[in-house]
Each structure stands twice: as structure tokens, then as C-alpha cells.
Design a protein around this ligand. Structure first.
Ligand code: G3I
Length: 374
């Protein structure tokens, strides 16, 4: 029996014992090694307390929270002179009052940033000085407001192309390559106590991983604070290969910066190489062919998902990652229902649409137990 199969079998047994005794499953956070933060991204409905069931699960099982959308620029700073801090204030207060480590997401990203941020005078392209001034006032206002209360910030998100070169974002066009260093310096000035992270996806690809390591090495060479490299980990049930994840976590650790898993979920639906760039008609076709579990996840796939979670958690624990954050609480509110193909039914998380534990929950619980024993 492989290690992962043994984990799943052990976990299934543990779950059976728990259910037979009628008691609740153990809180995941009570099982993990002390050095690991275990978290989840909350939707605004959850942090506002409207989705009480999902919030209850989040508070019971995790010791860290991330905001799925409510601290993004378009939400918190929709117009030049207008900030909307209400939802973010409630999110931060919720996390602090429960003793959770509160993460801020995200300061600099090319998505979910309003068009005015990149607009120059009279329809002209924005100049460097104006772009830097906007960046500074945003970071001063947002990071400054939660100084000492938000424990760590995703400072720059997705600055890399797949080949590891810098992405041509509006920030880079307006400011130049040093926009990344400027953002880290501004965030540190606004809250010297906050941890600061570089965050991206597909860092399991060697070229992109090299790009992230290069960015962080350059920041550190300038004396800037960087506490972690976040791999988002929007992964599939079969890919990326475990060996690639293993190599990336080892390389980040060897670089001397903590690896973080910041947005974990596992897409269980079949993938089509064209699904990301397809037009609407093509997406409809792909939807028909790939929306294969609309009524729920069959048992055999539940077991495969559980094994996959056991396998990746074994790697997280092997490489001593600093944090693992799930991107959503239950399958009922996963962004993967609408991306990259709108209107499908995905099943990527530890709880199903009704908030019931899936076999993947028991597999993660068992992996954490084993990791804590090592
Ligand atoms: O709130 C509106 C709702 O009023 C409206 O009816 C509905 C119609 O489309 O849209 C709702 O807003 C959506 C929002 O999620 C809240 O559900 C937006 O359209 C949708 O674009 C937005 O997607 C978010 C996405 O970032 C935007 O790029 C996802 O929730 C969020 O999970 C996702 O998170 C990102 C991370 O920030 C960075 N890493 C990748 C990750 C996945 O894309």
C-alpha cells in the first residue's frame, strides 16, 4: 500500500470511529504542527456573519483567514478620493476578536484594480510620478489603517509571465520594473510589523519559480523585507505532478525565504487545453463536455481527491511550509464554479455543498496528525 493510500485508509477509519461515537470531527487546527498556520479565504458573506454555517466551520478549523475579495483595490478604493472600509473593517475585527492571524490580499495586482488608477491626464498614459503617488496613497491608507492588526500582506500578486520574465502589467508600464520594490518599501513603511509576501500561481513550473526567486533575491539585496513566497496552488486533481511541487518547495526553502501555500484548491473537472482562452461559444461546448459531476462527486473521485490532498499535505509538511490557506470554505462557494468556464459544478474543497465533510477532510486531518508527530 502506498503512503498516501495508507493515509487515506487510516483517515477513513478515524472518520468512522468519530461518527460511530457521535462526536464531532476534531478541529484541523488542533492536529497540525505548531509552526504551521492553517487558514481559509472568507467571502464577504462569511466575514459579515451572513453565512453562519460556513463561518462556523472556518472558525472551528482554522487559525488564519484571508479575504477572498474585499481588500482588493476595486472594493476598498473604488474612486480616487473614496475608500470603502466597512467590509474590510468587519473582516479584520472578526479575525482579531477570534485570535486568528489576519492576512491582507492584495496591494498590487493588475486585476480588480479600477481603470482610474492607470488613467493619465486628458486621456494621456499615466506618468511614473503620478502612478507612484497613487500607489503610495493607497498603501499608506490601507496598510496604515490596519497597522498592527493585519499580520501579513500579499504585496505584489502575479507579476510574472509563465516563462519567468516580468509580466507587462499597467503598473510596470507606468512605473518601470522597480514598481515591485517600491510597493514592498511602501508597505513596510506603512506597517513595519507586518509580514510581506510575493504571491503568484504556477510556481511549480521551473522557469516561473526561478522568476519568483529572482524577484525576492533582488528585493532582499536592496535591504527590503520579504517574509514569504506564496504559491497560490490552484491545482488539479492530477496535475501538477507531485515531483514538481516537491522541487519547488525545496527550492524556495533552500533560498532562505518561507514557502506559503496561499490559495489551495483542487479542480476535479476534466481539463481542456483551450478552456482558458476560449470564446463564449467554445466555452459552452467545453462546459457541456466537462461539467461531469453536476449531482455530486462519485465515491471513486472522492477517494482520488482525498489521496491528492494527502499527497500534497505530506509535501507541505516535509518542506515545513509556513502556511496553508484553502481558497474557500465549502464547495458551495468556490470560484471554480465560474472559472475558467462559467456555470459548472466543481468540488475542490474539504466540505461539500451542504457543509458535510468529504473524505478529503479526513485525509488532511490524518496528514496533519502524522506531520505533527514527525
Ligand atoms: O459580487 C458580484 C455580484 O454582485 C454579481 O452578481 C456577480 C456577477 O458576475 O459578480 C460578483 O462579483 C464576482 C466576485 O468574484 C464575487 O463573487 C466577480 O464577478 C468575480 O470576477 C470575482 O472573482 C474573483 C476573482 O478573484 C477575480 O479575479 C473570485 O471570487 C476570487 O476567488 C478570485 O481570487 C483570485 C485571487 O484574488 C488571486 N489569485 C487567483 C484567484 C482566483 O482567480
Amino acid at each position: 500500500m502506498s503512503r498516501s493510500l495508507a493515509l487515506v485508509a487510516g483517515a477513513a477509519l478515524a472518520a468512522a470511529v468519530v461518527h460511530a461515537s457521535g462526536s464531532e470531527a476534531p478541529a484541523l487546527k488542533s492536529l497540525k504542527p505548531a509552526g504551521l498556520r492553517l487558514g481559509v479565504a472568507l467571502s464577504q458573506k462569511q466575514s459579515d456573519g451572513e453565512d453562519k454555517a460556513a463561518l462556523g466551520l472556518a472558525l472551528r478549523h482554522f487559525d488564519q483567514v484571508s479575504p477572498e475579495n474585499l481588500l482588493k483595490w476595486e472594493r476598498v478604493h473604488p474612486e480616487p478620493e473614496r475608500y470603502e472600509f466597512g467590509p474590510a473593517d468587519r473582516y479584520v475585527e472578526l479575525g482579531r476578536s477570534r485570535g486568528l492571524f489576519v492576512v491582507g490580499h492584495v496591494l498590487v495586482w493588475h486585476q480588480q484594480t479600477p481603470a482610474w488608477v492607470f488613467a493619465g491626464e486628458g486621456g494621456q498614459p499615466i506618468d511614473r510620478a503620478t502612478a507612484l503617488a497613487r500607489l503610495k496613497s493607497h498603501i499608506d491608507a490601507v496598510v496604515g489603517r490596519y497597522r498592527g492588526r493585519i499580520g501579513g500582506w500579499d504585496v505584489v500578486n502575479e507579476a510574472l509571465e509563465e516563462d519567468g520574465t516580468l509580466r507587462k502589467t499597467p503598473w510596470r508600464t507606468a512605473i518601470g520594473d522597480d514598481y515591485i520594490a517600491r510597493a514592498f518599501a511602501l508597505a513596510h513603511a506603512a506597517d513595519p510589523t507586518a509580514e510581506l509576501y510575493y504571491n503568484d500561481y504556477n510556481l511549480w513550473k521551473p522557469a516561473k519559480r526561478a522568476g519568483a526567486l529572482r524577484i525576492v533575491a533582488q528585493l532582499k539585496a536592496q535591504g527590503l523585507r520579504v517574509d514569504g513566497i506564496g504559491e497560490q496552488a490552484h491545482w488539479g486533481i492530477d496535475d501538477p505532478p507531485l515531483a514538481a511541487i516537491d522541487e519547488t518547495l525545496a527550492a524556495i526553502r533552500a533560498s532562505g525565504t518561507r514557502a506559503l501555500i496561499t490559495e489551495l484548491d483542487m479542480d476535479v473537472l476534466p481539463r481542456d487545453p483551450d478552456m482558458w482562452g476560449a470564446d463564449l461559444a467554445k466555452k459552452q461546448k467545453i462546459k457541456a463536455a466537462t461539467n461531469v459531476y453536476p449531482q455530486g462527486l462519485p465515491d471513486d473521485v472522492q477517494q482520488r481527491l482525498a489521496r491528492r490532498y494527502a499527497d500534497v499535505f505530506a509535501l507541505f509538511l516535509k518542506h515545513d511550509v509556513g502556511r496553508v490557506t484553502f481558497w474557500g470554505v465549502t464547495d458551495a462557494d468556490t470560484w471554480l464554479d465560474d472559472f475558467p468556464i462559467p456555470g459548472r459544478v466543481n468540488h475542490p474543497l474539504l466540505w461539500d455543498r451542504d457543509g458535510r465533510e468529504k473524505p478529503a477532510f479526513a485525509a488532511v486531518a490524518e496528514a496533519l496528525r502524522q506531520g505533527a508527530r514527525r
